[in-house]
Structure formats: C-alpha cells, structure tokens
Design a protein around this ligand. Structure first.
Ligand SMILES: Cc1cc2nc3c(=O)[nH]c(=O)nc-3n(C[C@H](O)[C@H](O)[C@H](O)COP(=O)(O)OP(=O)(O)OC[C@H]3O[C@@H](n4cnc5c(N)ncnc54)[C@H](O)[C@@H]3O)c2cc1C
Length: 429
C-alpha cells in the first residue's frame, strides 16, 4: 500500500499539482525518517491522512467541506464554475440540526453572529389565522443550539473566510474525471487537469460529477415555481417571527435575517420553464399575494424589482449510491430536495461534516467513502421524500382538501412537532 502510494506521486506540472507534490514529497521524506520508529499501520495513517481533496463547487456544501477538512488537517482545493462568487440575493434558514454540525467544526458561533435567531415560527392562512405554531426560542434554549436565519451572502462569506479564499479557484468548472484506482484526475473547463486523492462533487442540482458517476437521470419537477427576495424591515413585520402562509396553490414565507433585512419567498403552482419579463415579477406577485395578511404586501412593495429571483423547484428521487472508487457526491449533487423542510443546505452541511470526519479517520479512501454514505444516506434520502410529500400537501388547490389539511395540522399538538425537531437535532449530534 505504501509503495503503491509513493509510486503514484505525479510529476510537477501546475500550481495545484505543485502543492500536491510538495505535500506528498514532504510526507515521503517524513515517512523515511520516521520509518524506524513507526509500525506499518501508523505509517499508513500518516500517508492516508495527508490526502488532498478536490471539491467541485463553492456552494454551501463545498465550502463547509473545505472548512471541515482544513480544521481536520487535510488539504483541499475548491473549483467553482462561476467567475465570481455572486450569491443569490436571498436568505436561508440554518436549522438546529445543521447548527449542531457546524458546532462540530467550530463554526456555529460565527454563523449565528452573522444572522438572526427567531423567537417563534408559524404556519398561517392568508387571513393571518394560525394553522400551527412552533415555540422556536423555547426549543433553542432547551436544546442549547440556535436556529439561524441568515442572508446567503453572509453565510457564504463566513464559510469562505474559514475555508481560506486561497484554496478556491474561480471560473473553473469540473467537466469530467478519471479515477485510476490510486488517484483521481479532474478535467477543468479551462482545458487543464488536476490530480488529487479524492474528488467530491458538491456542484449542485445539475452536478457534472454526478452525471459522470451515475449517468443523467432527469430532474423531477415539483409542479410549482418560486420567487425569493430581500426587503428592508417594514414596520408591519413582527421581529423574530418566521411564518409560512398557505393559500390555494401558493405560499408566502417571511424570515427576518438581521441587519435590518427580511428574506421572503413565494411559491405558485405553475408549469416548468416560465419566465418573468424584466420588472414584471413584483407586479405579478402583488396580484397574487397583495390581499394576504401583513406584512406580505408591505414586503413586496419594499423589494426592488431587480432583487427578485425566480427558481423552478426540482428534486431527484433518492438513489442508493453516491460514491464510486475515489469519487463521491455531497449536498444537492447527492440528494437534491424541494425546499419545503428548509433542509437542502442543512443536509449539505451535515454531509460535509461527516465526510470530513470519515476522510480524516485514516481509513483507505474507498472505505472512508463507504462509511460516509452509510452514515448519511438514509437520513438525507428520507428528507428528500418527506420534503416532496409536504410540498404536495402545502400546494393543494381544492378548497375542500385545503380545509381538511388545515384542520388536521391544527389537531397536531405543537408538542408533537417539537418532538420531531428534537429527534432531528439529537440525531445530528
Ligand atoms: C426557494 C428555495 C429556498 C430554500 N431554502 C432553504 C433553507 O431555508 N434552508 C436550507 O437548508 N436549504 C434551503 N434551500 C436549499 C438550498 O439552497 C440547497 O439545498 C443548497 O444550496 C445546496 O447546497 P450545495 O452546496 O449542495 O449546492 P449549491 O448551493 O447549488 O452549490 C453548487 C455550486 O457548484 C457550482 N457548480 C455547478 N456546477 C459546477 C461544476 N461543474 N464545476 C464547479 N462548480 C460547479 C455552482 O456555481 C455553485 O456555486 C432552498 C432552496 C430553494 C430553491
């Protein structure tokens, strides 16, 4: 094993290869002088934990993985397709289970400081009547973990800072890969290639790494589209109060994210591929949601037209394998899910923390990736299915079906909903 690894040291070519080689040569030399005092197992661990990880995609998952690996003492390079990190003008909720994972890599406090923790959350009707409510502040205190509502740009800045911006290469998409059994070489959109010990596809919903690994299964369209925006705080918005309002085939979410801003999102049953003419999104949203309870009309009125982003909602049915050889997937590349549980980014964070633990364990790469899958697959895949089902319920149009649904949700005591959150958080620890 040791000889095989040493023989795989590539010739010095580009800067990334340079850094790989320097590390391996350094470890080779170290292995030489440690040779007399170490057993084979110990030397194997030193060699295996010196591995260099190639990450495709600088989204939430890829950056969290880079942070976690750095903390664990492994090196990583992140390749990002975009020329600049222009993060979509929207917010995200880092649920308590993801905050637990962030705490394991020392980032929970930094993320919490950059966002806002809500006091309560509710599902409402367009009139403002409550369907169900969750005492979030009480749960945060009980579980000792925050829920963080945050601007995506602020979350990703914190992650980038801790990952080390010098490890992120912009404007280079991963277009393919070749795994020779000892190392993996990724080809990049600028025509160059880079060699490492592991390749992680954290390249999102339309992952190129996934299509090389599993083939191209079509995306599954949910039946609804979405719009997201950031508004300045408006007087009618209750501070700390997160809500999602369920109307006929349409929903509106309100999420205060600190720094005087409120993130909102809207969904609507619609065929896929629809687009808004420039400036038309807000007018359309005001037609649909203008008569709903406060602060919804005020938030729409206060959001600039060009700050509204439209995204059709897709996922993929869960699969049983995310890895082959030295290549694996993480986040939306592995298990894209609809946003109904607010767990897509949270599961990417959990993946990243678990994957870094597996890679840092010293186990051979293939065994480490098998353990990663075993620890993560069932939980993430369940989220995909639960989120899909909740979306189908939440987007109901028929008045009778909606009446029955709302009545059923009202009957579920908030203690039962709280128990679900508690289980999710405790199983993330
Ligand atoms: C309306 C909406 C609301 C949501 N709300 C929440 C929420 O509240 N909480 C939550 O946890 N999740 C939420 N999500 C889901 C969340 O946004 C995603 O699950 C999360 O962003 C996935 O992270 P990722 O790193 O896997 O992928 P992405 O964030 O998609 O990042 C992938 C990155 O890879 C880059 N890339 C793509 N292809 C390549 C390539 N070939 N080579 C190199 N780079 C490449 C992309 O440019 C991008 O930077 C929401 C989603 C939507 C649509």
């Amino acid at each position: 094993m040791q000889r095989k690894y040493a023989a795989s040291v590539p010739p010095v070519r580009g800067s990334i290869e340079d850094s790989c080689c320097a590390r391996k040569i350094r470890f080779g030399a170290r292995d030489g002088w440690l040779d007399a005092s170490l057993g084979v197992q110990q030397r194997l661990v030193i060699l295996e934990t010196s591995r260099h990880v190639l990450i495709a995609g600088a989204g939430i998952g890829g950056l969290t993985l880079a942070c976690a690996l750095r903390r664990a003492g492994l090196t990583a390079t992140v390749f990002e397709r975009a020329d600049a990190l222009r993060w979509v003008g929207a917010g995200i909720t880092v649920q308590m289970n993801a905050a637990v994972a962030l705490r394991r890599i020392g980032l929970c406090d930094a993320v919490a400081a950059a966002g806002a923790s809500p006091t309560d959350s509710a599902i409402l009707q367009p009139s403002g009547a409550t369907i169900t409510r969750l005492p979030v502040q009480q749960m945060q205190q009980e579980l000792g973990t925050p829920m963080v509502c945050i601007h995506r740009a602020r979350l990703q800045s914190v992650l980038l800072e801790h990952a080390g911006p010098e490890h992120v290469r912009l404007g280079r998409a991963v277009t393919g890969f070749k795994d020779d059994g000892h190392q993996v070489t990724a080809t990049l959109s600028d025509g160059s290639s880079v060699t490492g010990d592991v390749l992680v596809g954290a390249d999102g919903l339309r992952s190129a790494v996934r299509s090389g690994l599993l083939g191209d299964a079509p995306l599954r369209y949910s039946g609804y589209t979405s719009w997201r925006g950031i508004s300045p705080e408006v007087p009618s918005a209750r501070p700390g109060h997160v809500s999602e309002t369920w109307g006929p085939g349409a929903r509106f979410g309100v999420v205060p994210i600190g720094s005087g801003q409120v993130y909102w999102y809207a969904t609507l049953n619609a065929p896929p591929g629809g687009q808004d003419t420039p400036g038309a999104a807000r007018t359309r949203l005001r037609e649909i949601f203008g008569g709903w309870h406060a602060p919804i009309p005020d938030l729409l009125a206060a959001t600039p037209d060009d700050a509204i982003v439209r995204t059709d909602i897709h996922d993929r049915p869960p699969v049983n394998r995310w890895s082959r050889g030295r290549v694996t997937l993480l986040g939306d590349a592995a298990h894209p899910m609809t946003p109904n549980l607010g767990q897509g980014g949270c599961q990417a964070i959990e993946d990243a923390v678990v994957l870094s633990e597996c890679l840092a364990s010293g186990a051979p790469v293939e065994a480490a990736l098998a353990t990663y899958e075993q620890r993560r697959r069932e939980r993430a895949n369940q989220m995909v299915s639960r989120s899909w089902r909740l979306g189908q319920l939440a987007q109901l149009e028929s008045p009778t079906a909606r009446f029955m649904r709302d009545a059923l949700f009202r009957l579920v005591p908030s203690s039962l909903a709280a128990r679900g959150v508690r289980d999710l958080v405790r199983s993330a620890a």
